[in-house]
Each structure stands twice: as C-alpha cells, then as structure tokens.
Design a protein around this ligand. Structure first.
Ligand SMILES: CSC[C@H]1O[C@H](OP(=O)(O)O)[C@H](O)[C@@H]1O
Length: 356
C-alpha cells in the first residue's frame, strides 16, 4: 500500500502540474481521490504500490497512467536488481504484468510499459536503473511537451471567444502536466478565446466537479460545474462553441474511447451545431484496434454509482451498472488534435497518414 507522507518534502508543491513527482528515489503521487478537499501526496516505493495507485485511481487519466507506470518499472528494476543483481529480470517481468493489469482501457499504460520493456531488452550494462530512470523522465517530459503543442494547435482552431463544455478531467492531473483538453483550454484562454468553461461533474467519480474545477480555478479560468444532464439544454440555449475532451484510446479508424458520457455529448453537439474536439497525444492512438468496438471498456464497482462522497445513496441489495468509458464514433468527431498535427473529420486513412 502506498505510504502516506508525514512531512511533505518542499519539492512536492500542490499544483495540478505536479501530480507525479520523482523525488529522492521515490515516486510521489498527488492523491486525486482526495482532491480538492484534501491535498496529500502518497509515496510509491515498489511496482506493486504503483500498480495499486493506478487501479485505486490515486492517479488517473491515460497519459498520467502511462507516465506513472514508467516510473513503476524503474522502482521494480531497482528493487529486483538490489535483491538479485545476477538474476533480476524474472521478477521485473512479473511486475510488468502487475502494472499492465492495473486498468484495461487507457492505451498509454501499455504504450509506456512496452517502451520501457524495449529498453530493458536492450540493456546489458551492470546497473540498469539509471538508464531506465532517464527513459521514464523522458516519457514524462515528452508528454508535457506534447500537451503544450496540442494546446497551441487546438487553440488556433477556436476562431472567436466562446464558452466551451468539457467532460471528466483531461487536464494536468490526467497527464504528465499541462493537460490535453484542458491544455487547449489553457492555451485558448491565454489567447483571450475562452469565456467560461462548463465542466460536467462526471458521475460517478466526479472528475469534473472535483478535479477540472480545481485545475481551472488554479489557472484563473472561469469554470461552472454542471450536472451531467445539463449539457443538452445548455447547448440549446446557444453560446457554446465547442465541446473539448480528452481520450483514453483512439482506434485506427478514429473512433474515440473516453469517459462515460462523452458519446452522449458528441451526439448532442452534432445536433446543436457545436464543434467536437478531441485532444490526445499520439501515444493514445492504438493502430492495433481497427475500431472502437474492439476497445476493452473498464467496469468498476456498483458502489461507485450507488454512493457519492462516501455516502450510500441507493438501497442495499440493488445492483448498478458502471462502465466508466464509452466510444464516440469517428463521424461525430469534428477534429482530433495531436502533437503531430490536427485531423479534421478523422478517418482510418488520415490516422494512418498521421502515424507514419
Ligand atoms: C487526458 S486523458 C484523461 C481521460 O482519462 C479519464 O478517465 P479516468 O479518470 O477514469 O482515468 C477520462 O476518460 C479522461 O478524458
């Protein structure tokens, strides 16, 4: 289990861009289960603790999960190399499986593990840890750079000041920093193009009400939280120029898997003439799945639906259905923004050309 901190080191400043910190040979995670009511970092010292932190959603969001898993591999190799320097690889392989089993949908988890696995296979120097830490830090740094590039590319698509709707949290907390959908919002806001952000609360885990609202408040961006069923009438009222969301996995044909409720927003946006933007790094594109129907959708516990903030809402004995992602067909996506460029009206051909 992760180690709650006694004295938080000065390097651990509580800011959305500081959700994942490698400090003094330990991995510190801003506990997103407690935000914004409580600011607390948890320290992970093993791959098992890191895997648990991902599964328990201490850290969540596709790119953030990938970055965290990469550091989890560093913890694993250091652990096994120290214990059995002559035969550390079997134990690390078991830890890689443990990390891969933490959550099934966000492709960045598997992308990051595969990148670390490739380096592991190539390493033959005596102590592998330094090279692996450099790679994990590179994955982290590259994700932030990608988000900043996407922020500017997405902001350029917003032609005039407007209000926007976002869903869940695709901000700095969900990435290595800066954010994907909220990275576009931050860059567009800096250019004077964002009036107000309407953040869907995003039942049942409330990423929007808790995390997106906190992030945008920290960035000085006007944010209004709304129940998940308000978006239709808000779009009908007018004034919403864009729906801007992130993604956990994009299929080869441009179908977008994202937090449950995204598909509903895409249908509403198309009906109301609101443009629908998905911001995601190319590490979220999975060419191995032809369409969204092949993407595994994580189901979490019924209790997450039948309770809120620790208070039981539903009667005992009643079941609940809790798929935490859905798939938006490519034809409902106006634009996908990646760090390599923008795809209008995504198709398999356009995705393939981008990924060449
Ligand atoms: C920038 S990816 C964020 C993405 O991840 C969220 O899911 P979860 O909070 O369950 O990890 C949601 O789908 C966001 O759009």
């Amino acid at each position: 289990m992760e180690t709650p901190l006694g004295e938080t080191p000065q390097a651990l400043v509580a800011h959305p861009d500081n959700a994942i910190v490698w400090h003094e040979d330990r991995l510190f995670l801003l506990d997103q289960r407690a935000l914004p009511a409580e600011i607390r970092f948890l320290a992970c010292q093993t791959a098992a603790e890191t895997a648990h932190a991902i599964k328990a959603m201490v850290v969540r969001g596709a790119p953030a999960i990938g970055v965290t898993a990469a550091y989890g591999v560093v913890l694993s190799v250091r652990d096994h190399f120290q214990r059995t320097p002559a035969d550390w690889r079997p134990g690390v392989e078991q830890d890689l499986e443990l990390l891969a089993a933490a959550r099934p949908t966000a492709i960045n988890l598997f992308w990051a593990l595969e990148r670390m696995r490739r380096l592991l296979a190539a390493l033959d120097q005596l102590d592998p840890v330094p090279a692996l830490l450099i790679e994990a830090e590179r994955i982290h740094r590259d994700d932030i750079a990608a988000n900043r590039t996407m922020g500017d590319l997405g902001a350029a698509l917003i032609s005039a000041r407007t209000d926007v709707i976002t869903h869940c949290n695709a901000g700095a907390l969900a990435t290595g920093g800066y954010g994907t959908a909220l990275g576009v919002v931050r860059s567009a806001h800096a250019a004077g193009k964002i009036g107000r952000v309407y953040a869907d609360e995003t039942r049942p885990w409330m990423q929007g009400a808790r995390l997106t609202a906190w992030e945008l408040q920290q960035s000085g961006i006007a944010v209004t939280v709304q129940a998940d069923n308000v978006a239709a009438s808000l779009m009908a009222r007018g004034g919403i120029g864009w729906v801007i969301v992130g993604s956990d996995r994009i299929a080869a044909n441009g179908d977008v898997c994202n937090k449950i409720g995204t598909y509903m927003l895409a249908v509403l946006a198309r009906h109301h003439g609101v443009r629908f933007m998905v911001a995601a790094p190319t590490s979220t594109i999975d060419l191995a799945v032809a369409s969204g129907s092949e993407i595994p959708i994580e189901e979490r516990t019924a209790d997450e639906v039948l309770s809120c903030g620790g208070t039981r809402l539903g009667p005992e004995g009643v079941d609940a259905h809790n798929p935490v992602f859905d798939v938006t067909p490519a034809e409902l996506v106006d634009v996908i923004v990646t760090e390599r460029g923008v795809i209008e009206q995504p198709t398999a051909e356009k995705i393939a050309a981008l990924m060449e």
